[in-house]
Design a protein around this ligand. Structure first.
Ligand SMILES: Cc1cc2nc3c(=O)[nH]c(=O)nc-3n(C[C@H](O)[C@H](O)[C@H](O)COP(=O)(O)OP(=O)(O)OC[C@H]3O[C@@H](n4cnc5c(N)ncnc54)[C@H](O)[C@@H]3O)c2cc1C
Length: 383
């Protein structure tokens, strides 16, 4: 099995790396100092062609293949998770569901402007009483006077406070729930009855925030229904494999950078008259990290290639997400150890990476949920 990418992708990696180093690194330092997103970030990513890159050409995108997209996410993740999040959101579940399931009018209304960075979307599934068990959601959409009236609360929604449009899942038939009783709606930011009720910081970079969204008698036209009434769970599931592989490639990028920084530090830092790199204790940490990363690359990009070739990938995306998100935590931990005090103090990116990567084991389906799906493929439901 080969773990180098196709030659054209490796060439693209070189120019991406240069863009990230020259243009994004200085901005990452600014973000760490201020916990604010500099206004030039979104236009810069748009001009470079990274926003909406997975969307169809008709919707302003470039319809790039999954391997190209994963490579972009990988390289962005070497610098700062916020760049990765902005790019991933612009081709993520909200815009891509509208591109593939939305009406022409919905596509025009919401997607024009995504690739130029003028419009942003978010996806709202999680609720205080429905996270991993998302089918137990309480947000309700009821039919009243020819409208859909939404009542409920979503939380932990990435970019929910800055989004222009949000794909919101709500129960339309409590009897059926995940079997045809949940519907996706596209809610615009200024819709009466919709409010961003809280914005919360997260572990890791202070610029990364999640929002609580509250719907109080929020009346929506039929034109806001995305896909068929009752097909909301299908909308949510439609992007799962791709989402898991995007997380995997993001974990690969950060791991690669952490190993690179650790090797550099180990070669330059001398203790007791020798570089750290001469010590077996340090060498073994580096060897373990490099080996885990090679496995992650093979699993992730092998699965991406199979998906692009139209093969049935089964639970391989779950395995990739599980392995990569757990791996990056171990690699970040070793990177802190190799750097000693430099790995702990603020101002040097290791400690920020260490905090940022913790998210990967929770978001986009926790490690336990991935294990549950993988185990079911082996033993069924075990009943
Ligand atoms: C930074 C961030 C961004 C997010 N962005 C979004 C977003 O944009 N849109 C959105 O809809 N959601 C988003 N989420 C929500 C995220 O998807 C959920 O947090 C996640 O699915 C877990 O749900 P929960 O927090 O309710 O935890 P719970 O489901 O309560 O789980 C708590 C713990 O119990 C474990 N657990 C649960 N059930 C079982 C079981 N049956 N067996 C074994 N273990 C179990 C879980 O794995 C976890 O470790 C985001 C979350 C975070 C932290």
């Amino acid at each position: 099995m080969s773990i180098t990418l196709r030659p054209e992708l490796e060439e693209m990696r070189a120019s991406l790396r240069q863009f990230c180093t020259l243009q994004l690194e200085p901005l990452a330092r600014k973000i760490d100092e201020t916990d604010e997103l500099p206004p030039e970030v979104i236009p810069l990513l748009a001009d470079a062609g990274y926003l909406g890159m997975r969307l169809p050409v008709a919707n302003g995108g470039m319809n790039v293949g999954l391997s190209t997209y994963c490579l972009v996410l990988e390289e962005l993740s070497r610098v700062h998770r916020i760049f990765n999040l902005i790019v991933a959101a612009s081709s993520g579940i909200a815009p891509s569901a509208i591109a593939h399931l939305g009406t022409k009018e919905q596509q025009r209304r919401y997607l024009d402007g995504v690739s130029t960075g003028v419009k942003r979307g978010a996806f709202a599934l999680t609720e205080p009483d429905a996270g991993s068990d998302s089918a137990s959601m309480r947000t309700r959409a009821e039919r009243k006077d020819g409208k859909w009236v939404l009542n409920g609360r979503k939380h932990y929604i990435s970019g929910g406070h800055t989004a222009d449009f949000i794909v919101v899942l709500a129960v339309t038939d409590p009897e059926k729930r995940s079997r045809g009783g949940i519907t996706a709606f596209v809610v615009e930011k200024n819709t009466p009855g919709f409010e961003v009720t809280r914005v919360e910081g997260t572990m890791g970079s202070g610029v990364i925030k999640v929002a609580e969204l509250t719907f109080t008698d929020c009346a929506l036209d039929d034109s806001t229904v995305l896909g068929e009434v009752g097909s909301g769970f299908k909308v949510a599931m439609s992007h799962l494999n791709e989402g898991r592989l995007c997380v995997s490639s993001s974990c690969i990028g950060t791991s690669d950078r952490l190993i690179e920084m650790s090797v550099e530090h180990a070669k330059n830092r001398k203790t007791f008259g020798k570089p750290l790199a001469a010590r077996q204790a340090i060498q073994w940490m580096l060897a373990d990290s490099a080996t885990e990363l090679a496995c992650a690359r093979a699993l992730t990009y092998g699965t991406v290639q199979d998906l692009e070739d139209g093969k049935d990938v089964g639970v391989l995306p779950n395995m990739a997400k599980l392995h990569c998100s757990e791996m990056v935590g171990r690699i970040a931990d070793r990177a802190v150890q190799v750097h000693g005090g430099m790995g702990i103090v603020k101002g040097f990116p290791i400690e920020r990476f260490y905090r940022d990567v913790r998210h990967y084991r929770v978001g986009d389906g926790t490690s336990e949920m991935q294990r549950m799906v993988i185990a079911r493929s082996l033993v069924g439901r075990g009943e």
